[in-house]
Design a protein around this ligand. Structure first.
Ligand code: CMC
Length: 395
């Protein structure tokens, strides 16, 4: 007899786990809106911290709210010195996503007020702390991987420039902002800021539903994002493009291997559970890629391979029949590479972008009177009752 079983839905394709007022997606029409605002308008006109405020609080900030919010974040960028040896304990070869999820989980040990998930003031201050500190932790993971000393945040810089300085300067005065790169990164962060109930956000909600603190929940979200089918796809795309270039096999032959599902090979950066037309973010990312490469005067042969792959796929019935289009991860890596980030930093950049969404969704759930601990059903297919064999004794 099956007990408690009401339906089987692998991958939650048909199951809504929550109501939400944060992000709207129409996958057939390629529409994405944060709190009602079209992604195209936010990407063009807004800043990342304004979008973070919007996602978290539901409305765009007025000037004084924006000033207060950005100032609060600026004031919390410093990390406790005691946290830094955590980085030294890990090998230089550590993947920055592993470093990041560990460091975020460890932050909870410094901010135990986060344990009271029903105290609005504690939720507020720990929201600010996470927004301020995650970019610093990511930059330190990067610095550690290249064997360089950590930089202190320079709070005279804006959010994006501070992050770029922490990654690329070896002393503060050395950093010279490049407005084209800063704006491109700001745009990319905005494009990643939320995407309703994707795997990492659902993870944040599931962990949060147990009333675990916000750091534990976000750390779990970072772990879920790490995988190549989710945020890790941006790293996987660049590896795929580099392999196509180095092997010399040619785009046509690679696409044939994808279609024949040889060795499970996929066209990374293509396909989406929700978008069955062009991912609206991918269009905007491609525009940024063109702008950044032109402004740096970079000619990247990987961009040509990516464009050739896209054309092949869009004109091929395998991809047309399955409604597979480029997703947000297809072109981002080319931009991050041009900015000077190593491939392994691509997914941490996604995590920084997605953080406001995780925080907004965690807080929405926390305030929803209908929310309950997440606890999926299963369809049990194992053995029926049987007796432990007589005469067996391992004690
Ligand atoms: N390359 C080749 N075939 C694909 C691809 C791909 N990228 N994506 C889906 N398919 C095929 C799949 O094999 C299946 O074929 P068939 O019907 O013959 O069995 C069909 O299309 C339907 O795919 P699915 O696996 O049922 O789709 P899903 O909704 O479960 O998976 C996905 C969505 C994003 C995991 C998948 O499209 C994929 O693995 N894409 C590559 C990884 C990637 O780019 N991920 C980033 C997603 S966007 C950013 C984010 O949210 O993190």
């Amino acid at each position: 007899k099956q007990t408690g079983y009401t339906g089987l839905d692998y991958g939650f394709v048909n199951t809504a786990s929550t109501r939400s007022e944060i992000t709207y997606i129409d996958g057939d029409e390629g529409i994405l809106r944060y709190r009602g605002y079209p992604i195209e308008q936010l990407a063009e006109k807004s800043t990342f911290l304004e979008v973070a405020y919007l996602l978290i609080n539901g409305e765009l900030p007025n000037e004084s709210e924006y000033g207060q919010f950005t100032n609060d974040i600026r004031r919390h960028t410093l990390l406790r010195e005691g946290l830094k040896p955590l980085f030294q304990a890990l090998p230089d070869s550590a993947h920055p996503m592993s470093v990041l999820s560990s460091a975020v989980a460890a932050l909870a040990t410094y901010y135990e007020d986060s344990l009271d998930v029903h105290d609005p003031e504690a939720v507020e201050i720990n929201t600010i702390r996470l927004l301020a500190k995650l970019p610093v932790l990511a930059a330190y993971a990067h610095k550690k991987s290249i064997g360089q000393a950590f930089m202190y945040p320079d709070n005279s810089l804006g959010f994006v420039d501070n992050f770029l300085m922490l990654n690329f300067a070896t002393y503060a005065e050395e950093y010279e902002p490049n407005p084209v790169l800063s704006r491109a990164l700001e745009r990319l962060l905005i494009l990643h800021a939320d995407h309703e109930q994707n795997a990492s956000t659902s993870t944040v909600r599931l962990v949060g539903s147990t009333e675990a603190n916000i750091y534990a929940s976000v750390s779990a979200g970072i772990s879920a994002l790490y995988g190549p089918l989710h945020g890790g796809a941006n790293e996987a795309v660049l590896n795929m493009l580099s392999e196509i270039k180095e092997s010399g096999e040619g785009v046509g032959r690679f696409v044939e291997r994808v279609k024949n599902k040889e060795d499970g090979v996929k066209l990374m950066g293509f396909g989406h559970r929700v978008y069955k037309s062009y991912d609206p973010r991918a269009k905007l990312v491609k525009e940024s890629a063109d702008e950044v490469l032109a402004s740096l005067g970079v000619h990247d042969p990987l961009l040509e391979i990516a464009m050739e792959l896209e054309q092949h796929a869009l004109n091929d019935s395998y991809f047309q029949d399955r409604r597979l289009y480029p997703n947000v991860d297809f072109y981002t890596g080319i931009i991050y590479k041009a900015m000077g980030f190593p491939t392994r930093m691509f997914t941490p950049l996604f995590a920084i972008g997605r953080l406001p969404g995780w925080l907004a969704q965690w807080r929405e759930q926390n305030q929803d009177s209908k929310s309950k601990i997440g606890r999926p059903q299963q369809l049990y297919l194992g053995a029926t009752e049987r007796d432990y064999p007589a005469g067996r004794d391992f004690s």
